[in-house]
Write a protein that binds this ligand. Structure first.
Ligand SMILES: *Cc1c(COP(=O)(O)O)cnc(C)c1O
Length: 346
């Protein structure tokens, strides 16, 4: 079976992690600081705080922004439940917004319509590796949190996603763009936000008791992350190369291929197509041909929360199919995927 996703790891990662083990210093230390610094250099921000995962990064960021009970945080419906969990954990309320199906990103029109006086921040996940239309969202003037869990290295108007908002969060889960097994980070140009997060992520040796939680990354993880980051440009190039092959091979099929906007450069974290008839059936047929395809979002938030008026999200849920695309796919696997998709769809 060709998995839907698979990390790219090698001897360099094994060597880096072995050196940390030999050093005897495994917890948050120099490797974490070095990884934070390298992420800042890559994205083009000044400060960073590593965390145990992307959810913790977003939770601590909301806390550092003083968001809590009585506040509303906007987010799109077509995203995994992680950002929703963070909003509820902090005691705030979600303001759920429909999407623009061409990019699977938040609909600016629906966002503007729904904003209220209570809205204190907007979470913008750049879906499947392609930036949202950030400019009109930034112009609203509310704090914009870029969720770059799927978009590390994606470009918007010539600059890295993650460098536009008040802060951005990243995930290094096993199947994300780069991995540390589990891991996350907050990036920002605000020294104040990052120092608050660095203070909040650990609990030991405090004179006064305040409620905290351990959200640290280990040096073992940060050592792997630094190697992964050096390989990221090749990862992205390979993702874009495979996407171009799929685009060419699938051009005559009766499916809608990923749409690329002129001012955004996708890293193709996912290759998502729209099919008119029966995603479940297609997933089954592809599975019988050794290919694991998936709904790119297991279930949209409007369905979990039983909200209506999400026509574009509903359409994405009905029609979107994610095909395997990642740097470690070999030529034979790519050919199997192409032939399998052609068989299943025509
Ligand atoms: C994966 C993901 C997260 C959460 O990251 P974890 O490291 O799994 O906690 C948040 N937002 C988006 C858009 C994601 O894809």
């Amino acid at each position: 079976m060709i998995p839907h996703s698979r990390p790219t790891l090698g001897e360099d990662e094994i060597k880096a992690v072995s050196e940390v083990i030999r050093s005897g210093m495994l917890a948050q230390g120099e490797e974490v600081s070095a990884f934070e610094e390298k992420m800042c250099q890559f994205i083009g921000t000044t400060y960073a705080a590593a965390t145990c995962n992307g959810s913790a990064a977003l939770f601590l960021l909301l806390k550092a922004l003083n968001i809590g009970p009585g506040d509303e945080v906007a987010l799109p419906a077509y995203v995994c439940t992680a950002p929703l969990n963070c909003i509820y954990q902090i005691g705030a309320k979600p303001l759920v917004v429909d999407i623009e199906i061409a990019s699977f990103n938040i609909s600016v029109q629906d966002l503007l319509k729904k904003l209220t006086k209570k809205t204190k921040a907007i979470i913008i996940p750049h879906m499947f590796g392609q930036s949202a239309e950030l400019e009109p969202i930034l112009n609203i003037g509310l704090p914009v949190i870029e969720d770059c869990a799927m978009s590390l290295g994606a470009i918007y108007k010539g600059k890295m996603t993650g460098s536009f908002g008040i802060a951005s969060i990243f995930s290094f889960y096993a199947t994300k763009v780069i991995t540390t097994g589990e891991g996350g980070m907050v990036l920002s140009n605000s020294a104040d936000i990052i120092s608050k997060i660095k203070d909040l992520r650990s609990y030991d040796e405090r004179n006064e008791y305040t409620l905290r939680f351990n959200c640290k990354m280990s040096d073992l993880q940060a050592a792997i992350g630094q190697i992964q980051l050096t390989r990221l440009p090749q990862f992205i190039a390979r993702r874009q190369e495979i996407a171009a092959i799929y685009n060419r091979k699938f051009s005559s099929l009766k499916i809608k291929l990923p749409h690329e906007f002129p001012n955004r450069k996708s890293i193709f974290y996912r290759y998502v197509v729209l099919c008119n008839n029966g995603v479940d059936e297609l997933i089954k047929t592809l599975g019988q041909n050794g290919i694991i395809a998936r709904r790119p979002i297991f279930k949209p938030l409007n369905l979990y929360l039983k909200l209506s008026g999400f026509s574009q999200t509903d359409k994405a849920y009905r029609e979107a199919l994610s095909l395997p695309l990642y740097p470690s796919l070999n030529k034979k696997e790519i050919a199997t995927i192409i032939n399998g998709v052609k068989d299943a769809i025509t």
